[in-house]
Write a protein that binds this ligand. Structure first.
Ligand SMILES: Nc1ncnc2c1ncn2[C@@H]1O[C@H](COP(=O)(O)OP(=O)(O)O[C@H]2O[C@H](CO)[C@@H](O)[C@H](O)[C@H]2O)[C@@H](O)[C@H]1O
Length: 472
């Protein structure tokens, strides 16, 4: 089957979080099963663009309201990622250094979606499935269904994957004019709560909707940032499929970012060597258990609780634990985390920023990975941590609940807690310190979790089943 993934992110081309990881891996694993999956995304000015060779695939012209724009589709020449990769170049709109965060993001991603649909509309044939990811691409199911210009594509099945329902791409009704002229009787399919809501529109118009874990799908019916009723109404076409991890990229035995490679039978020695280097680099005392956090410093990830939780644990445990944090996000959280630095030399450090290579070294060198997320649709960090023998400490929510079993339960290997609160986190750190002292149990847990199969091979067939169910 020919499946076109449309996304704002794709690792290693451009990644801001887990969306990039998934779109960089799922098509590759679909192709390994003999399908023809491809990715189309905006052409940002990232390093990947300059380091690879491209050929022009198509040149076209799109209309966004009264604004006409030229677009070019370029294709990566050597199929380096295991799938055909197409970038949409729209001069002045998409060719920027960052993925998100501009005042005209609405126009940027609307133009991107129009260009993608226009390009596919020029193909001689039609793809078997258009697979859209998150709100930046969620207007496509509406556009192909209800805009006159692209009506030829109305019978192409569309799938929308919700990686994160917190962000919905809301836009005022004045922006409706940006969309290709559509049947105004169908305007309700764009709306939720008196605004144009691209994610809601995608949920209404896509043939199938998937979320990235089963528990998240359940949770969305009660907590979906305003979309609860819609998801309850549309539950018949929603399916939860747990993300996989790309073991070509995330494997401590081969990871090029990691200096000391190891596998489940050499995990203790391998982690010790990586930890030593990491501790030297961040001036941390080496014998203590090392608890780390990697992620966006936002409310969803409960990053605002981190400064107090770290303080409480460090005071309570009197220097018997170390923390290392890698992340960026809300400025006041960044500031607070930076402020803590001077107070606990040898026990605490933070790197504010986004650093892919460093994240790999931290997964390899850490003992515990903390994820107190308030919302976690799937979460990849805890699966990477497990693959690297790092014990996950997670709040029982969404995909974290589906992938981590508490060490107190039968054959468990992780630490789970219920609240994104200072008390729960500090108590979990105490549990971590206790289990760390039991070398035998640590080795057994590490080796066990490293052998759990979270690879895409496991999940990819479920997407294929969905695509096939849409064929008639
Ligand atoms: N400062 C930093 N430096 C380096 N690397 C960093 C980093 N901050 C984050 N990362 C990396 O970004 C990714 C984060 O992935 P997650 O899936 O945990 O969260 P995210 O909220 O972005 O994704 C959303 O989409 C994914 C994919 O579906 C869901 O798993 C998730 O629950 C949902 O919130 C990981 O690869 C992590 O290592």
């Amino acid at each position: 089957m020919e499946i076109v993934h449309v996304s704002a992110e794709c690792y290693p081309v451009a990644k801001a979080g887990g969306l990039g990881d998934v779109v960089g891996a799922l098509p590759k694993y679909l192709n390994k099963l003999g399908h023809n999956a491809k990715v189309v995304m905006p052409m940002y000015r990232t390093r990947f663009l300059y380091q690879n060779e491209w050929e022009v695939d198509f040149k076209g012209r799109g209309q966004m309201g009264s604004y006409w724009f030229d677009y070019t589709i370029i294709k990566e020449k050597h199929n380096k990622l295991g799938f055909s990769l197409y970038l949409v170049d729209i001069n002045g709109l998409l060719d920027r250094e960052k993925i998100y965060g501009y005042g005209d993001d609405t126009e940027r991603f609307t133009a991107f979606q129009i260009a993608v649909v226009d390009w596919i509309n020029h193909w001689q044939h039609k793809p078997d499935v258009l697979h859209c990811h998150d709100h930046h691409t969620a207007l496509i199911p509406f556009i192909v269904k209800h805009s006159y210009q692209y009506n030829r594509l109305a019978d192409v099945p569309t799938v929308l994957t919700i990686h994160n329902a917190q962000y919905q791409g809301w836009m005022g009704w004045d922006k409706a004019a940006l969309l290709p002229v559509f049947d105004t009787w169908k305007a309700g399919q764009l709306e939720w709560n008196k605004t144009i809501n691209p994610l809601a529109s995608g949920i209404k118009c896509a043939w199938k909707v998937t979320t990235v874990s089963w528990s998240y799908l359940e949770e969305l019916r009660t907590y979906a940032n305003g979309l609860e009723k819609l998801l309850e109404y549309e539950k018949g076409k929603c399916v939860g499929i747990l993300n996989g991890i790309d073991t070509d990229v995330w494997n401590p035995a081969t990871d090029p970012f990691v200096n000391h490679h190891y596998n489940y039978s050499t995990v203790d020695a391998g982690k010790a060597a990586n930890k030593l280097e990491l501790c030297k680099e961040f001036e941390l005392e080496q014998t203590n258990p090392l608890v780390v956090f990697i992620g966006r410093l936002v409310g969803e990830k409960a990053a605002d609780v981190l400064p107090d939780a770290v303080l409480s644990a460090l005071y309570g445990l009197q220097g018997k634990v170390n923390f290392l944090i890698l992340g960026n996000g809300e400025p006041h959280v960044e500031w607070q985390l930076n402020q803590l630095k001077g107070n606990f030399p040898g026990n605490y450090n933070v790197f504010i920023g986004y650093d892919e290579a460093l994240s790999h070294r931290i997964y390899a060198g850490a003992d515990f990975l903390l994820m107190p997320s308030r919302v976690e649709p799937c979460g990849l960090n805890q699966m990477y941590a497990m693959k690297y023998g790092t014990v996950p400490m997670v709040r029982s929510t969404g995909g974290l609940k589906d992938t981590v079993v508490d060490m107190g339960d039968w054959q468990g290997w992780g630490i789970r807690f219920n609240h994104a609160s200072v008390g729960d986190i500090a108590y979990s750190v105490t549990r971590a310190v206790d289990v760390y002292a039991d070398k035998k149990q640590m080795t057994a847990m590490r080796s066990h979790m490293m052998q759990i199969d979270h690879s895409w091979e496991h999940s990819v067939q479920q997407y294929v089943d969905i695509y096939q169910s849409l064929k008639y």
